[in-house]
Design a protein around this ligand. Structure first.
Ligand code: PMP
Length: 464
């Protein structure tokens, strides 16, 4: 079977693109612009490469939506799904009921989780994991007698999903603009961004200072009104922002001081993406709740999970508060069986360590190019960011005008057959390929990025 098999010829092929525009509502688009540009229908994938309906190959440096950790085309995951479908394709986890793959996966996740996170609630993805963690945090505070403990403090560059609760945790104005009123009780503080934020990488106190902003906010809100602090340990969509090493430790201390729960959103960072199973371990911190999704199944089926501290569930049980929460598909046996096998692959092939190794290679190779338009390269594992600027010395950015620099870089990479991530609201390149990416593919990525960034940067500079 060749690339795009089944849709290569004439009618069928045109028909599909037309049907797409006519009927399928895409995520995060402007409808008129999409109609002008047309759509790209992906039909096949293998390893780190995807093919579109016209037979064109792309090296996917974004791993889908930053989730295809074990790479595309793993036949064994299809086999596991088929076998589970034949045996038991669905049973729920409401009331006293459950199913074998959900139980086995919950136990497996508890064994992988940081110490003390022994309870697992399944969802269908990141946003539902965040919604669930927020609800459990509020329930917990009420259970221990804090009737008004409802506020959730979040980071201003955090991204937590597009459902209304998760969106309320997300501060990006462009995402929120037309959807208000949002859910009350979410407040935002500055992110630990040492490239553009108030405290920079050369300040040894930056971690403590950023954490102090959390303490100030808790005090300003009233500690008894705050249920939790919610953050990504390394911010993803916001631009792969790696906090100072000691930031989360200070955050943990402050949360404990005021009885505020710490929810870490490891939806993007988890399952080896940042070079270890979880990112929080790299900062020596254990959260009270942890949101996961994406790499849990590497995208082979939809699934998310919230890992919850035993003490949190114990407090709710102790107060005998009801847990009125759930989703029809929570603990779906086919998704859970596939997640189990996906984790087995991650472990068997040492993909977290591989991500750490490949990430170092990528960063070193990119830095070695000495690209005049790259002011910083950073990241952990295969979550790598490059800050794109007009002037490396002053860190001045190109004016955004009609079209920001990052969009031209993205388009240039695409012309060279590379799909890259970019931060939505600043000139930050995001490089997050499958963890199985080969050394040769890393080298090709570096070539393409360096060439395209120089071309597009030179072109902009000439334009003045
Ligand atoms: N949290 C984080 C950190 C994410 O990166 C994402 C998705 N990019 C989400 C939550 C939302 O996940 P989903 O799209 O599966 O709802």
């Amino acid at each position: 079977i060749g690339p795009g098999a089944g849709f290569r010829t004439g009618g069928d092929h045109m028909n599909l693109k037309e049907l797409d525009l006519r009927h399928l509502i895409h995520n995060e688009v402007r409808f008129r612009e999409l109609a002008r540009k047309g759509t790209t229908v992906i039909t096949r994938a293998e390893g780190s490469t995807i093919w579109d309906i016209d037979g064109r190959a792309y090296l996917d440096a974004q791993a889908g939506m930053v989730l295809v950790n074990v790479g595309y085309g793993r036949r064994e995951l299809g086999a596991v799904a088929a076998a589970q479908m034949e045996r038991l394709m669905y049973y729920h986890t409401y009331f006293q009921y459950s199913n074998e793959p959900a139980v086995r996966l919950a136990a497996k996740l508890a064994s992988l989780a940081p110490e003390g996170l022994g309870k697992v609630f399944f969802t269908l993805g990141g946003a539902e994991s965040v919604e669930t963690a927020v609800k459990i945090a509020r329930l917990y505070q009420r259970a221990r007698g804090r009737a008004d403990g409802h506020k959730i403090i979040c980071l201003d560059l955090g991204y937590h999903g597009n459902s209304l609760g998760a969106l309320s945790a997300t501060a990006f104005e462009a995402h929120r603009a037309y959807y208000g009123p949002l859910v009350p009780g979410f407040v935002h503080i500055p992110s630990p961004d040492t490239f553009e934020g108030p405290f920079r990488a050369d300040d040894p106190e930056a971690g403590r200072k950023y954490a102090a902003l959390l303490e100030e906010r808790i005090l300003a809100e009233g500690p008894e009104t705050v249920a939790a602090f919610l953050a990504e340990p390394i911010l993803g969509v916001g631009g792969i922002i790696v906090p100072p090493d000691d930031y989360l430790k200070h955050v943990r201390r402050i949360c404990d001081k005021y009885g505020v729960l710490l929810i870490l959103d490891e939806v993007m960072t988890g399952f080896g993406r940042a070079g270890t199973m979880w990112a929080c371990g790299q900062f020596g911190v254990v959260p009270d709740l942890m949101c996961t999704a994406k790499g849990l199944t590497s995208g082979y089926l939809p699934l998310g999970a919230v890992l919850v501290g035993d003490h949190v569930i114990e407090a709710i049980a102790e107060a005998d508060f009801p847990f009125e929460h759930g989703f029809t598909y929570a603990g779906h046996p086919v998704s859970c069986a596939v997640a189990m096998e996906n984790i087995a692959i991650l472990e068997r092939e040492g993909l977290a360590e591989r991500a750490a190794r490949m990430g170092e290679r990528l960063k070193e190779a990119l830095l070695a190019r000495d690209n005049p338009y790259i002011a910083e390269v950073r990241g952990r594992g295969l979550m790598v960011a490059a800050e794109l600027v007009r002037d490396r010395e002053t860190r001045e950015r190109f004016p955004e005008g009609n079209r920001a620099f990052r969009f031209d870089v993205e388009a240039g990479c695409l012309r060279e057959g590379v799909i890259t991530g970019i931060a939505p609201y600043r000139d930050t390149l995001m490089i997050t390929p499958p963890l199985v990416i080969t050394e040769a593919e890393i080298d090709r990525l570096v070539d393409v990025y360096d060439r395209v960034i120089r071309q597009e940067g030179d072109r902009r500079r000439k334009q003045g």
